[in-house]
Design a protein around this ligand. Structure first.
Ligand SMILES: NC(=O)c1ccc[n+]([C@@H]2O[C@H](COP(=O)([O-])OP(=O)(O)OC[C@H]3O[C@@H](n4cnc5c(N)ncnc54)[C@H](O)[C@@H]3O)[C@@H](O)[C@H]2O)c1
Length: 329
């Protein structure tokens, strides 16, 4: 099978590349390396069934040929991370909406019908307060357009684009609302919580928890996420659907900090930092975010295998190896 992965040099994308190649597929990645890293693709560059184009999805002149070549497309390329959203909401809105529209249009124009998986986000639920987020629930956004929601709005538009191309152009599209995904290769610098906690615990500096730390999240290991994305790509029943993807165990951010500290055997204090201090502006956070996985479980058989503690142990090992290497240079 021919698999096109946009954003394949990124965190989730590079794990997907690994899985798709291991299954015997031919994989084509397009990525502008804005947050993705060439080193994430280094292990595959010599692979006979792998190809990489460094390009912006919004202007890439190879998009039509790649779309026609593909049997399956994973569209992950997007501007992500709270920090980038707050710093450059215009870029977020432009890339995330135009990139998806351009890709879907390129597929339609070619007249081919690859299976398409579009990455949306749990952010699309906005301020919903339901105990567990179900795909049928109403989505809740504040009036007044806070910058913080720019990313969520782009993902919502992407969902509508996917639905419109499914309904009106019969494209076999599935939209996945990814909940917090964690694991090796995730970067902390754009505001992702776990890589920052691990780095702080390993270095013995304060672990900085934003807000009161009572907000809860559900974390899924990326190596489990890509197995679920693979199975969804094979599911006919998932065509035309929006599906939550993640793990439904919940932990508060304060408890996450304590767990990281414990697994690392670290003495780091846990320090609460206000959102104003953290982001330079007032920031409304969501108190909890847990997926209802009923629909996902009706579509696929795979369920997450790695516990959060195992993921954290892996990240601590990787962080220590990195520290050791930079110390010996
Ligand atoms: N990681 C999570 O917890 C999470 C949660 C919800 C949704 N998502 C979605 O999953 C997808 C992958 O996220 P990730 O966590 O791997 O982030 P990431 O930043 O590692 O991956 C995004 C990739 O897209 C690339 N990219 C950005 N703009 C591009 C452009 N214009 N042209 C080509 N490539 C471009 C980046 O260089 C990067 O490699 C994104 O669509 C994101 O919105 C992720």
């Amino acid at each position: 099978m021919h698999v096109l992965i946009t954003g394949g040099a990124g965190f989730i994308g590079s794990h997907l590349v690994e899985r798709m190649l291991a299954e015997g597929n031919t994989v084509h990645v397009v990525d502008d390396l804005s947050t993705g890293k060439a080193t994430n693709l280094a292990p595959f560059l010599e692979h006979p069934r792998f190809r990489f184009c460094e390009a912006d999805i919004v202007t890439w002149d190879g998009i039509s040929a790649a779309a026609q070549w593909s049997d399956r497309i994973y569209h992950l390329a997007a501007v992500v991370g709270v920090r980038r959203v707050l710093e450059d909401p215009i870029q977020v809105l432009a890339t995330n909406i135009a990139g998806t529209e351009r890709l879907l249009r390129a597929v339609v124009t070619g007249g081919w019908r690859p299976r398409i998986i579009i990455a949306s986000s749990s952010e699309a639920y906005g301020f919903a307060q339901d105990e567990a987020f179900n795909e049928q629930n109403d989505l809740v956004f504040r009036a007044g357009g806070q910058t913080r929601w720019a990313y969520a709005v782009t993902k919502l538009v992407d969902e509508h684009l996917a639905h419109a191309f499914f309904k009106k152009r019969e494209l076999p599209v599935t939209t996945v609302r990814l909940f917090n995904t964690v694991g090796p290769r995730q970067l902390g610098r754009y505001g992702m919580v776990l890589p920052n906690f691990v780095k702080q615990a390993v270095r013995g500096v304060p672990i900085t928890v934003f807000g009161d730390g009572l907000q809860t999240r559900s974390f899924c290991d990326v190596r489990d996420t890509v197995c679920m994305l693979d199975e969804l790509g094979r599911s006919e029943a998932a065509v035309g659907e929006i599906v939550n993807v993640g793990d439904d165990k919940e932990i508060s951010i304060k408890d996450l900090a304590a767990l990281v500290r414990e697994r690392a055997g670290s003495q780091s204090p846990i320090k609460l930092v206000s959102y104003v201090e953290a982001y330079g502006e007032s920031f409304e956070d969501v108190t909890h975010r847990r997926p209802d996985l009923t629909k996902l479980r009706s579509l696929i058989t795979y369920s997450p295998k790695r516990s959060l503690a195992e993921t954290i142990d892996d990240l601590i090992r990787i962080e220590r190896t990195g520290l050791g290497q930079s110390a010996s240079k």
